[in-house]
Design a protein. Structure first.
Ligand code: DGT
Ligand code: CA
Length: 376
């Protein structure tokens, strides 16, 4: 009897990319700056304007302001314009990102966050492999993020991560681009090779010496020639990428070392009830993340960022791991009580964290191994 190889089901993968992320977070925090050029800067502190632009909104981009250029150059470009320059506030963007990632995670069969403002979703099962359904789902996700977190994003939909990522870049901001399997070749072939993940300036130059500028030209180049120039691994990758072939699964990166949430209070306070009100909400979010990933914890920490931005923390470690929400909340309460009795600072931001994480199944295995021999 001959064995029949299982036919792999065609996948539907999305890449969700938040638009001009840091600058959009700033617009959300202060809607009065919307419509003006907004430039988020990493000030190096040497002189008033030394440092680089982290990102800019699309109004500022029209003036040629973009990530990586010197702040002084951005100021020149926006000379006579009513523009807003702000310092990066990574903690705030992280807070917004965490909330949006939870929304995105709930829309995928599997989920993989990449960086602070992008995530892949495999939606094959929930759309039953149907592209129209996938398009509807992408619209729903965009609405959900906008309604619940007031941010726009751009989504690329394709048969794998490689195509989805390129598709997401085609229409921005607030875009949606769907590439069906039969459209992959015509979609990719006119694009410059730089669009492929892994092709930087150097590779682009090398490819140009081989007469290759577009993905289509790369696809027509003999794979052996690519291997000669770039080595087996990279050469094969470029060849497959040019054909839109990518089997990388959408999967959550390896277990986190800790899971934490931090949140800004309405006003600075030392009121335990107010602090706990927010901290318990954060506990619920952390706990639901642990549950989704099947993780148990052994340590709990609390954080307080004071009005002067100094950071304070307290921790407690248990002998045995647990996944219990009540234990988590009770420990958080104890730690905040301890902190307030020992310190006189007012809290501006509060946070909770669990660490010393293990997979629940791992724990189960250890217990079974331990008790296994005595249980007959
Ligand atoms: P987009 O996606 O083109 O609408 O614009 P962004 O700003 O979301 O750009 P993206 O997705 O490449 O990067 C996400 C965030 O990462 C961005 O809001 C700020 C930060 N970032 C990006 N490039 C740089 C950079 O060159 N320097 C620094 N400091 N931060 C950067
Ligand atoms: Ca982005």
């Amino acid at each position: 009897m001959c064995e029949v190889a299982p036919i792999l089901q065609a996948r539907i993968v999305m890449l969700v990319d938040l638009d001009y992320f840091y600058a959009q977070c700033e617009e959300r925090r202060n809607p009065s700056i919307k419509g003006k050029p907004v430039v988020v800067c990493v000030y190096s502190g040497r002189t008033e304007d030394s440092g680089a632009v982290s990102t800019a909104n699309y109004v500022a981009r029209k003036y040629g302001v973009k990530s990586g250029i010197p702040i002084s150059l951005a100021k020149q470009k926006l000379k006579d314009v009513d523009a807003v320059f702000l310092p990066v506030d990574k903690e705030f963007y992280r807070e917004v990102s965490d909330k949006i990632m939870e929304i995105l995670r709930s829309h995928g069969d599997s989920f993989e966050q990449v960086g602070i403002d992008e995530a892949y979703l495999d939606v094959t099962q929930r759309t039953k492999g149907n592209h129209q359904e996938a398009e509807k789902l992408a619209e729903t996700i965009k609405d959900d993020v906008l309604t619940r977190q007031q941010l726009t994003c751009s989504i690329g939909v394709g048969p794998n991560k490689l195509v989805a990522k390129i598709a997401a870049d085609i229409q921005k901001p607030d875009g949606l681009t769907l590439v069906r399997p039969e459209e992959v070749e015509s979609f990719l072939s006119p694009l410059p090779v730089r669009r492929l993940v892994g092709v930087g300036k150097k590779t682009e130059k090398k490819l140009e010496t081989l007469g290759v500028r577009t993905v289509g030209q790369l696809a027509r180049l003999d794979v052996q020639r690519l291997i000669e120039v770039f080595g087996r691994k990279l050469g094969t990758y470029f060849h497959n990428a040019s054909l839109g072939i990518d089997d990388e699964p959408v999967q959550e990166r390896s277990e986190p070392e800790s899971v934490s949430r931090i949140s800004t209070l309405k006003e600075d306070t030392r009121d335990l009830a107010v602090i706990l009100d927010e901290a318990y909400r954060l506990c619920d979010e952390v706990h639901s993340r642990l549950f989704q990933q099947g993780l148990v914890y052994r340590s709990v920490s609390i954080y307080v960022v004071a009005g002067d931005l100094s950071v304070h923390s307290r921790s407690k470690t248990f002998e045995n791991p647990t996944s219990d929400l009540e234990t988590f909340r009770k420990t958080v309460k104890e730690l905040y009580e301890k902190f307030l009795s020992e310190s006189d600072v007012e809290a501006r931001r509060v946070g909770v964290k669990v660490s010393n994480l293990t997979k629940k199944e791992e724990l189960q295995k250890q217990i079974t191994n331990f008790f296994g021999s005595s249980r007959h």
